[in-house]
Design a protein around this ligand. Structure first.
Ligand code: ZN
Ligand code: ZN
Length: 357
């Protein structure tokens, strides 16, 4: 009876079938193991080499033990049915001179559950990137070092994911560079707070270096505040330093007011905010971005037909395409010549018309 059956895919007869497929065809379309994320970024302590695992900071270990500990801890991310046998396979070589070393872990799944099929073996590779930092235990052990906080914020808005990401990557790379020279150049914590992030650092020089890197990325308001925290027995005053680094509230593409004129934000650089003026479409760079405001009410969009022009008064006769009202508008309100008969999409703000940018 079974000899009449054949593989639904390749047509082979007289072989063991599972779900109507022969062994070879069945494994082409079926997997026994998968992994939640094929790329993982894992913090590890630059002082004691303990990695931060899903369960929290692991205790200190030898540097070369990190892949093993990480490999076993992240077996929990494997997606497989319980009858699949899982093993941790090989690791790729690790260059420990790289401040954020990367390596691959191979996980192996073996399934021997299909009657008549040979045991099936599958491998998946997971990419691991280690990010140097400091664990809670090592922070506590450090004496005499007083945390410095960098508060990263944006004016009147929350930071974007991208901004937080850039700042986090920057602080770790600065810390890794400095860590060769001073062991208190560590990042002890990063906490999201009030739409921004508070970054706790082990030393003032790390904070200063981090701020100067941020200044190369964004124009911002920066202030450094000192607060007396303890007066020690020898009368030495100890200050806790907090940096506030506040990014502009506006973003590229937004319509803003600057000195009572309407502008569109082109981009924000380390040196300036670049604006484009609606009236003549020319660009300017400004540094006093704290004077930018969002117009309220904002401009709206309107369709007009250019009916005619009057060279005597240097004006156009524009007709509203919604209600056929006409009105004269001075030509110098627009950065280019409008064609007679042209239908233009304009923006209107405070009874003035502008060509969109
Ligand atoms: Zn087949
Ligand atoms: Zn540690």
């Amino acid at each position: 009876m079974s000899s009449r059956r054949f593989c639904s895919s390749c047509g082979k007869k007289g072989v063991v079938l599972h779900d109507n497929f022969c062994e070879e065809c069945f494994w082409k379309d079926n997997n026994i193991i998968d992994f939640k994320q094929r790329k993982l970024e894992i913090a590890y302590c630059l002082t004691c080499y303990g990695p931060k695992l899903p369960t929290g900071w692991s205790k200190g270990i030898e540097q070369q033990e990190i892949p093993d500990v990480v490999g076993y801890a992240y077996m929990r991310n494997i997606i497989a049915s319980p009858d699949v046998d899982i093993q941790v396979g090989e690791y790729s070589k690790i260059n420990w001179l790289n401040p954020n070393p990367e390596f691959m872990i191979t996980y192996i799944g073996i399934s021997d559950n299909i009657d008549g099929f040979a045991p099936h073996r599958e491998e998946i590779e997971v990419e691991i990137k280690l990010l140097g930092g400091i664990c809670k235990a090592c922070v506590r052990k450090k004496t005499g070092s007083h945390d410095v906080t960098v508060q990263l914020r944006a004016k009147d808005r929350s930071l974007s994911e991208k901004e937080i990401d850039i700042a986090t990557k920057t602080v770790f790379s600065v810390a890794n560079e400095l860590f060769q020279e001073s062991t208190d150049a560590y990042v002890s914590d990063i906490i999201e707070n009030h739409g921004g992030v508070d970054i706790y650092l082990g030393s003032n020089s790390l904070a200063d270096d981090f701020i100067s890197h941020l200044k190369k990325i964004w124009i911002a308001h920066h202030e450094k505040n000192y607060k007396l925290v303890t007066e020690e027995k020898d009368n030495k005053r100890v200050y806790r330093i907090t940096h506030l680094f506040r990014l502009p509230g506006v973003k590229g593409g937004e319509i803003v007011l600057y000195k009572k004129e309407l502008y569109r934000v082109d981009r924000i650089t380390s040196q300036s905010v670049r604006l484009i003026k609606y009236k003549d479409h020319t660009g300017i760079h400004i540094r006093d971005w704290e004077n930018l405001t969002i117009p309220n009410p904002g401009p709206s969009s309107i369709s007009k037909l250019v009916v005619s022009e009057d060279n005597q008064t240097s004006s156009y006769l524009l007709m509203d395409l919604a209600n056929y009202d006409t009105e004269e508008v001075n030509k110098d309100q627009f950065p280019r010549i409008l064609d007679i008969g042209e239908e233009v999409q304009l923006i209107i703000w405070e009874n003035k018309y502008f060509l969109p940018i």
